[in-house]
Design a protein around this ligand. Structure first.
Ligand code: HEC
Length: 417
């Protein structure tokens, strides 16, 4: 007879939960941040029935918007700052009657005792509601004070110092010069230092040896290459199309653009404008058109039986979702198609490369983009010297042809078969 056993174990679980919650000392609680710690819990356990979807909403209650939080309802007020026991949200999540408890008993995702105590602490601390973090303007935070951290050299060290104090840690001894150079070189370029660089650093006994090494690393082309890695991930860069065939594609000229502008220290606003709408700038340069390759990094389905319209929409969704997650910290998800209309109507951007691709595979427009390398004085001099009488290089007999071939190899998208 297993059935009578179930309610008993449930109520003892509820009791256990309450005991754990109440036994957490209140005063020792760390400040709880709504956006970081509370909303994710509610989103996981409550929004399914009390969220944005009106068709699935239960009890006429929305918990994803501030306006319902502090207003009295029939049964009481959802949240009374400082008073968990008078807050409906708290009394419902700790209710001893399984019929009234939230989330309902039959839900797989239940609140853990730790989550319950966080919600309680947040209410006790004044229930400070915050909008989604991506809607909060950036502001420069006050630097943590730490008087006893004599080793701090800059503002970032102050944050590290503060966390170390909190965790009861002490800084290690200052490291030796070879280790320092190895760390900073790996950090800025992703590569270890060469022996020659190490020798130069060891021989430089001035006070500015470290600054000099950092300046050298920042001006190295390797710096932009290393910095590009994270942006390539965000831009969903790949050298193949994805989907079942995963055919190779020629996209590296966009990657080269990225590395170059990072090495040139392009300001972030310009970096943004060029990638989203470089082709719309007045007298757009080839490089500015190339920048919009960001929007062309989406996966492309080359399957014979694919329906063009389906994938046209698929690519638009991908582009909108990527651009909005990367720049706004907001996954537009299934709202993407709607959002693109909104974006269009507000003229935030009308980048042709955003909505226009109707064909599978990397479609038109295709740009012929010789690499910067082919325009460098070094290569031009070399090519010129090969054209001198007496030099024998079959390639130089037809420089025009060779230029064309290079240009073709560098085009940002594969030519149509
Ligand atoms: C599976 C659906 C479901 C989930 C998940 C759920 N609820 Fe509910 N909730 C309901 C239903 C149905 C009602 C109305 C019946 C009732 O009052 O018990 C309700 C009512 C409430 C009420 C009372 C509203 C009022 O006006 O009196 C509160 C408060 C509440 N829920 C809080 C929560 C919280 C907090 C969570 C997440 C921890 C949550 N609910 C998760 C279904 C759900």
């Amino acid at each position: 007879m297993a059935i009578p056993f179930a309610p008993l174990s449930l109520s003892s679980f509820v009791l256990a939960t309450i005991t754990v919650v109440l036994s957490v000392p209140v005063l020792a609680a760390k400040p709880v941040e709504f956006a970081r710690e509370i909303r994710p819990i509610l989103s996981d356990t409550c929004f399914k029935c009390h969220g944005v979807d009106a068709a699935k909403r239960k009890g006429g209650l929305r918990l994803d918007q501030k306006k319902e939080w502090f207003h009295p309802r029939e049964e009481g007020t959802l949240v009374v700052p400082g008073k968990p026991q008078e807050s409906l949200v708290f009394t419902r999540i700790t209710h001893s009657d399984p019929d009234d408890q939230m989330p309902p008993r039959e839900e797989v995702r239940q609140l853990t005792p730790l989550e319950i105590s966080k919600i309680r602490d947040w209410i006790l601390q004044g229930a400070n509601w915050q909008p989604h973090w991506s809607f909060v303007p950036l502001r420069r935070p006050a630097l943590p004070k730490n008087d006893n951290a004599s080793w701090t050299l800059g503002p970032i060290d102050r944050y590290i110092g503060q966390r170390m104090v909190e965790a009861g840690l002490h800084p290690a001894e200052t490291t030796d010069k070879p280790t320092l150079l190895r760390r900073v070189t790996l950090d800025l370029t992703g590569l270890p230092p060469t022996l020659k660089e190490l020798d130069t650093f060891l021989q430089d006994t001035s006070d500015h040896a470290y600054e000099r090494a950092v300046d050298r690393l920042l001006s190295s082309p390797r710096y932009g290459e290393h910095l590009a890695v994270d942006w390539l991930d965000l831009a969903r860069y790949a050298d193949t199309d994805g989907y079942q065939d995963d055919e190779p594609r020629t996209m590296w000229r966009w990657r080269e653009w990225l590395i170059n502008v990072l090495n040139d220290n392009m300001p972030f606003d310009q970096f943004t404008i060029e990638q989203l709408a470089g082709d719309l700038l007045p007298d757009a340069t080839p490089e500015q058109r190339l920048a919009t390759g960001f929007l062309r990094n989406n996966r492309v389905n080359g399957e014979g039986g694919s329906i063009a319209e389906e994938f046209r929409v698929e690519y638009i969704v991908d582009r909108v979702e990527t651009a909005s997650s990367v720049w706004m910290g907001l996954t537009t998800g299934c709202a993407a198609v709607m959002t693109i209309n909104m974006i269009r109507s507000r003229k935030v951007t009308s980048t042709p490369s955003l909505p226009s691709s109707t064909r599978p595979r990397n479609p038109e427009p295709i740009a012929v983009m010789p690499s910067r390398l082919y325009r460098s004085p070094l290569v031009q001099t070399r090519d010129a010297s090969r054209k001198l009488p007496g030099t024998s290089n079959s390639l130089t007999t037809a420089p025009g042809k060779r230029w064309k071939r290079n240009a073709r190899d560098c085009s940002i998208a594969p030519r149509k078969p």
